[in-house]
Design a protein around this ligand. Sequence first.
Ligand code: NAD
Length: 479
Amino acid sequence: MTELRNFVGGRFVDGGAAFDDINPVDGSLVATVHEASAELVDSAVRAARRAVDGVWGRCPAAERVRLLRRIADLIDERFDDLLAAEVADTGKPAPLAAELDITRAAANFRAAADIVAAAGLDSFLTDKALNYAIRKPVGVVAVIVPWNLPLLLLTWKVAPALASGNAVVVKPSEETPATATLLAEIIAAAGVPDGVYNVVHGFGPGSAGESLTRHPGIDAVTFTGESRTGATIMRAVADRVRPVSFELGGKNAAIVFDDADLGEAIDGLARSTFTNTGQICLCTERIYVQRGVFDEVVAGLAERARSLRFGRPDDPATTTGPLISQQHKEKVLSYYDIAEREGATLVAGGGVPDLDAGLAKGSWIQPALWTGLDNGSRIMREEIFGPVAAIAPFDTEEEAVKLANDSDYGLASAVWTTNLERGHRVAGAMNVGMSWLNTWYLRDLRSPFGGNKLSGIGREGGAHSLHFYSETTNVCVKL
Ligand code: NAD
C-alpha cells in the first residue's frame, strides 16, 4: 500500500494521524496519507523561512530560471508516474489528465521561467530624479489548492512563486494528495535547495489548512477553492494584514446568438458543461440562447449529454469520469432535487448511471440539463460544480448581457456569434475575469486569470503573477 508523506525541509516525514485517499472510480483505497500536525506545519514554515533567508534568497534570478526549466523537463520525464497518480486520485479519463493536467504542469514552469527571464524594472527619469523599483520575493507563501485539477492548479501557483524567489508551503486537497507529493521528488531532483518546496497534508478547518493560514510566519496566501473557504482564509490572515490571491468559485454563463455557428456553439457548450464531469471552475452552468435557435441548441446539447460514456479512466471509450467523492455526489444530487422542486423541466440525464458492479462504489452521476428556470432560482444562482446547465431563452442583446451579469459570481463567460462587432461588444461587457468569444478555455499563460465578485481577488498569470509574488522597493535618487 502506498503511503504519502509530508515533505518538510527537503525530507519526507510522517505525520501523527493518517487518512485514506480514495479512488472515486470504484471506492478503492489509493494511499494512506500522513496528516500534518500543527507542529509539523510550523516546521515546514520554519524550513521555508530558512530557505528564503539563506541560500535560496541569494540565488540569482538566472539560476532560478534554469532550475524551473529543469523542473519542467523532469515533469516530462516522469509524465507517466504523474499521470497514473492524478488518474488514481481523480478518476478522470487518462487522455484528459494527460492533455489538461500533466502537460500544463510542465508548461506552467516554463511560462514562469520565461516571464522572470524577460522581466524588467520600472524606472522613471526626469531632470530632478531617477526612480527605479527593485523587485524582491514576498518570503514564505502558503499555497492551498483544490482537487479538480490538482497538479495544474498547484504548479500554476508554485512556478511563479519560486521563479520570484519565494519558498512555499503547499497544502494540496485531502482528496488529491498524490501529485503534490511526487512533485517534491521532482523539485528535489532538479537541485532546488531544501526548504524551498514543502508539502503538508491534511484537511481545512482544525487541520493543516487552518494551521497554515493562521501561522504568523506566512507572508502571503495564494488559494484556489470555494468562495466560502476564501472568506475563512481572509479572516485568518486579517489581523496580520497579509496579501491574498484568490481564485474562487464560478457560476459561468454562455450566450448563444441566433447568428452563431450552431455546430461549433453546441460543441463548445458540450465541452464547457461536461469536461472533467463539470468540475472545472470555468465550466458553464447557465446558458442563455436567443429564442429563434433555442429548441435547436437544447436538442443538440441534450444529444451530447446522452452520448457521454462513463467508464474506467484507461478505457478508450470513456468520455466521462466520476465526481471526486461520494460527498460531492450527494451535493450535486441534492441540486437535482432542488431543480425538480423549483419546477425545472429536465431535458437530459438527471440521475445516476447504471454501471457494472465493479464501479458500484464509485461517485458516478449522469449530467443534467434543465429548462424553465429563471435567474432567481437557486439552480441559476449557486455553484453546483457538476456536469449540469440550466438553459434559458432571451430576445435582445441587452437582455442577454443583463441576464449573464446578474450573478454573485464573476469568473468566466463564453459568447457565441458570427457577428464579430457584437461579439467584441458583448464579450467586453461581461462582468467576469475571463470572457471567451467563440471558444472556451483557450489559454495563453501570459494573460491575466482570476475573477470578480465572489469569484476571487486579484489576477495571476504573466506579469500579474510577478506582482503578487513580489514586493517592490522604489529607490529615488536625486539628480
Ligand atoms: P475547498 O474550498 O473546499 O478546498 C480547497 C482547499 O482549501 C483544500 O485544500 C482544502 O483542504 C482547503 N481548505 C478548506 N477549508 C480551509 C480552511 N478553513 N483553511 C485553510 N484551508 C482550507 O474547495 P474544493 O471543493 O476543493 O474545490 C472546488 C472549488 O474550487 C469550487 O468552488 C471551484 O469553483 C473552485 N475552483 C476555482 C478555480 C479558479 O481558478 N477560480 C479553479 C478551480 C477550482
